[in-house]
Design a protein around this ligand. Structure first.
Ligand SMILES: [Zn+2]
Length: 157
């Protein structure tokens, strides 16, 4: 028996198709391993790998999904999911919205605005209007999206 045959025999040990290897095969493998240190080491490694695969050497991880879902459910019941601690209150949102609106509309009264508007003509107003519109629409959408629960309770939707 050469080393290639011996390796095949080693891997055949756990082959379910060859559950009962012939006594001659076992004997020839044992004989080869007796004289070939390389195959003896290979058999040893194979046995170790089989042992590691058979035992669960990775500890079972705690079930993250159930912990997370129970936390979400308890927060939903307590109504905490939409007003995060440290976030803006509705008053804060309105104040910031007014500041943004005032600062955007004060653009028209700046000194630079007059000179740029004179240079560019009325074509300058279109991108400016679009920009202001995008800002205000985005802010409004963000406000409504983050206060869906409050608004639907207040307006009984
Ligand atoms: Zn060998």
């Amino acid at each position: 028996m050469n080393c290639k045959n011996a390796a095949d025999r080693i891997y055949e040990i756990d082959d379910p198709a060859l559950k009962e290897p012939g006594i001659l095969r076992r004997f020839s493998l044992a004989l080869h391993i007796l004289f070939c240190s390389r195959c003896a080491v290979r058999l040893e490694h194979y046995e170790e790998a089989r042992f590691l695969l058979g035992t669960s050497f990775f500890p079972p991880s705690p079930d993250f999904e159930s912990a997370l879902m129970s936390r979400i459910c308890s927060e939903e019941e307590a109504g905490q999911i939409f007003d995060t601690p440290g976030g803006f209150s509705t008053k804060g949102w309105v104040i910031v919205g007014l500041i943004v609106l005032l600062s955007l509309s004060s653009l028209f009264f700046g000194k630079d605005f007059a000179s740029v508007a004179l240079d560019q003509g009325s074509s300058f107003l279109l991108p400016l209007g679009i920009t202001i519109g995008i800002f205000l629409t985005g802010y409004g959408a963000l406000f409504i999206g983050s206060h869906l629960k409050e608004l639907s309770e207040r307006f009984k939707l």
